[in-house]
Design a protein around this ligand. Structure first.
Ligand code: GDP
Ligand code: MN
Length: 378
């Protein structure tokens, strides 16, 4: 779950990181009123994406009238597909240096990674690509956490002067906040050293692990849930657990475990799953609407259907699948693997009504689907 800047920054504040004073505004009049209370301000578009500065969504205003003018220009703008409906009116901060600090879940070290750079203000991807030597990284052992000593070492020798110890302290606090709020990413860009001797977080990006939303319910209330795709909306209305992915091999299996295993096997053979879709537990009777949903995805080039029956009867699931196929008459190649409770009946039905014989194993069915979709991706 993403958080807009105005929702993310107070979380840094809770952990003792300095943030500018600011107020939320939804109209030019509110922006002007906030500026009248604060003084010289920055008018900042609030959308769950970065690069607002480049898009013209961040503007300095010396007076309330200027804040009103900027608010008028920014409200209603589209930034990376998001319409601006809110502004953060924030106290201006005199910048001496812009730094970058973040903690994120790193897939290669399978743990938290602290990143720090003196090339703040620009995109971190750009820093990594153009001046990689300016990016410092430290993988953290979650059992130890980030110690003040670790943080001090990470920011050493960068000519930060008096700010060096303050910046190290910010990193320790940032790590604590990352852990406390179940962040996937907690980023400050820029973290600024001011001309009047402070270290302040001017921007904050926070992505919460979706699995933590339940236990973080209080904090999550301020988040921006990911918008659902059209198919995900349809699935939700039909009480199906469905996630759109960007591949072209459709996957229908019963139970989340078997579904993810099937997706892994598709990947193993070089293919790319088009979706996650679970018809587990009681919902094994929902094979028909589930398959209809998959078949309405124009990106799917082939389909693997993998049923393994225990409590869920494969003949009931197969019956649903056959009904969907008879109703929609899809042209794409479909490969079956059917094992367990009810499989004899299921296999007979497939033969009689569709003229299809399931493959011997889920490996065979998955590989056949990958080949039919055009084979392994380069
Ligand atoms: P982003 O473009 O979405 O990442 O938005 P940021 O909040 O990072 O703002 C972009 C840039 O605007 C920063 O890197 C700063 O250079 C500038 N900026 C933001 N707040 C202030 C401020 O209070 N004073 C000054 N002088 N510049 C600011
Ligand atoms: Mn930024």
């Amino acid at each position: 779950m993403n958080f807009e800047e105005h929702a993310a920054k107070p979380l840094l504040g809770e952990y003792g990181i300095a943030i500018p004073r600011g107020e939320l505004a939804r109209t030019p009049a509110e922006a002007a009123a906030a500026a009248a209370r604060i003084g010289a301000v920055v008018v900042k578009a609030q959308v769950p994406t970065g690069k607002r500065g480049k898009a013209g969504g961040i503007r300095l205003a010396a007076t309330p009238e200027e804040a009103r003018t900027h608010a008028r220009a920014i409200l209603g703008m589209e930034i990376a597909g998001h319409r601006v409906e809110k502004l953060l009116i924030e106290e201006q901060v005199p910048i001496a240096r812009e730094l970058y600090a973040a903690v994120l879940n790193d897939t290669s070290t399978k743990g938290p990674l602290v990143m720090f750079s003196t090339a703040g203000g620009m995109d971190i991807e750009e820093v990594a690509a153009t001046v990689p030597e300016k990016l410092r990284r430290l993988a953290v052992d979650i059992r130890r956490g980030l110690t003040p000593g670790d943080a001090a070492k990470l920011v050493q020798g960068l000519a930060l002067g008096w700010a060096e110890s303050e910046v190290a302290d910010v990193l320790v606090k940032l790590y604590a906040a990352y852990a406390a709020f179940d962040a996937e990413l907690l980023e400050i860009n820029p973290l600024v050293v001011t001309t009047d001797g402070r270290v302040v977080a001017l921007d904050c990006k926070f992505v919460m692990d979706d699995c933590a939303v339940v236990r973080q319910s209080e904090v999550a209330r301020a988040g921006t849930p990911d918008p659902l795709t059209a198919l995900e909306e349809r699935a939700k209305a039909a009480h199906l657990k469905y996630i759109d992915l960007d591949g072209d091999v459709g996957v229908l299996a019963n139970g989340a475990g078997l579904t993810m295993t099937t997706m892994d096997v598709v990947r193993h053979h070089g293919g790319r799953p088009a979706n996650f879709l679970e018809i587990g537990g009681e919902s094994y009777t929902q094979a028909k609407p589930a398959l209809e949903l998959l078949l309405s995805n124009p990106r799917i080039k082939s389909l693997v259907i993998n049923f393994c029956g225990a409590f869920a009867r494969t003949d009931v699931m197969t019956q649903g699948v056959i009904e969907a196929i008879e109703a929609l008459k899809p042209r794409l190649p479909i490969f079956f693997s059917v094992h367990g409770t009810g499989d004899e009946e299921a296999i007979r039905m497939l033969k009689d009504r569709l003229g299809v014989t399931p493959l011997a194993t889920m490996d065979d069915a998955s590989k056949a689907a990958v080949d039919a979709a055009g084979g392994a991706a380069p």
